[in-house]
Design a protein around this ligand. Structure first.
Ligand code: ADP
Ligand code: MG
Length: 357
């Protein structure tokens, strides 16, 4: 196991990159602590696989360094980095049995046969594939092939890091949640550093202790699932995480008050900085229907199981509220109360209110 440091990392797929937009990764400085369960979360094309392939050595970065426990490995090929990587699509040998596939990474490194048998049995039990061990991999369903691929990534216990690049893409939805919680359990058992790449917030938030959120080749926030939910550092995080995401409302602000569609809203604290375009950020969970507050008119009510999402218009702006119990009817005039300690101000996307202790 190792601590992995990315220092001043940049990467462009172009031969002569110049402008910022020529870079798939813009400026990455990041430490992955030994034994951590990390998720790398962001929309398709934001640079997740690029980052992972730089850590594994499949790609050499245009600039910057990769360090394992302080040692520069930027120039080392993948097989000398002692890592395991699981890809989006299964990488297994069709002509081998499941057992041989799982044993392969160990056999390849000259591990003793008794130890191999032990590890294969352990991993097969965890992944619930014991009954398939003697089947040729070619005969497996895509789901099971991917399970075996994940097993191959987990079978060695001496790797610096295990990396998963959207491993559940090909997995059936009902099996997805099962494997997701299994991976979490596995991390707690093996304590290896794991980096789990996904564009799916649910996968990231269930698996990881720390989530690294990326957008357009940059890291916008690193935090626990709770931190990302409670105090997004950027409107992108507010919007990307949560369902529905944070309300982002164009507003003017001064002191600890914002003016939104001509109505006053109390902020969590005083605004910081100046200039730029300013927006209120408040999650639908913290907007309630009250006797006083921001005047609004109900546009739509959707029932999403345990609660309803009420979408109301304040002037020309839609605001969403998560409501438990009784809901207003469409077209009804209501008031919305924004919980002040959860009402943030963002300036050019970045948080700009003083946090309250
Ligand atoms: P993600 O894994 O988050 O979907 P990628 O790291 O695959 O994102 O891609 C980041 C950016 O780099 C995208 O704009 C993508 O088109 C580009 N890119 C990825 N791989 C290559 C490649 N081999 N050659 C050129 N551009 C690439
Ligand atoms: Mg990718």
């Amino acid at each position: 196991m190792a601590k992995i440091t990315l220092s001043n990392l940049r990467h462009s797929y172009l031969p002569n990159p110049k402008a910022d937009e020529d870079y798939a990764l813009k400026e990455i400085d990041l430490d992955w602590e030994d034994g951590g369960a990390y998720a790398l979360l962001g929309p398709s094309g934001c640079g997740k696989s690029t980052l992972l392939n730089i850590i594994s050595g499949l790609l050499t970065p245009s600039d910057g360094k990769v360090l394992f426990n302080g040692t520069d490995v930027t120039g080392l090929p993948p097989d000398q980095r002692n890592i395991a990587q699981v890809f989006q699509f299964p990488v297994i040998y069709d002509t081998m049995t499941v057992r041989e596939n799982l044993a392969f990474p160990l056999r390849n490194r000259g591990v003793a046969e008794t130890r191999i048998a032990e590890r294969v049995a352990e991993i097969a039990a965890m992944l619930e594939v014991v009954d398939m061990l003697d089947i040729r991999a070619a005969h497996l369903s895509p789901d099971n092939k991917q399970k075996i691929s994940m097993g191959r990534g987990l079978v060695r216990d001496d790797v610096n890091v295990v990396m998963f690049d959207e491993p559940l893409t090909v997995i059936d939805p009902h099996l997805k949640w099962k494997l997701r919680s299994k991976l979490k359990e596995l991390h707690q058992r093996v304590k290896a550093t794991m980096i789990y790449v996904t564009h799916d917030q649910t996968e990231a938030l269930t698996f990881a202790d720390q989530v690294v959120v990326m957008q357009e080749g940059e890291i916008v926030q690193i935090g626990t699932p709770v931190e990302l939910f409670e105090r997004p550092q950027h409107t992108f995080v507010g919007h990307f995480i949560g369902s529905p995401g944070m309300n982002i409302l164009a507003a003017e602000a001064q002191g600890n008050t914002a003016t939104f569609e001509g109505q006053s809203v109390a902020l969590e604290g005083n605004v910081t900085g100046d200039g730029g375009s300013t927006e209120i950020g408040i999650r639908p969970e913290f907007v309630t229907i009250a006797d006083t507050g921001v005047a609004a008119r109900v546009r739509k009510v959707s029932d999403v199981g345990r609660h309803a999402v009420v979408e109301a218009m304040v002037g020309d702006t839609a605001v969403k509220a998560i409501v438990e119990g009784e809901v207003p009817g469409q077209g009804e005039a209501i008031h919305l109360a924004f919980r002040p300690d959860q009402t943030r101000l963002y300036r050019d996307g970045w948080i700009s209110t003083e946090a309250q202790p």
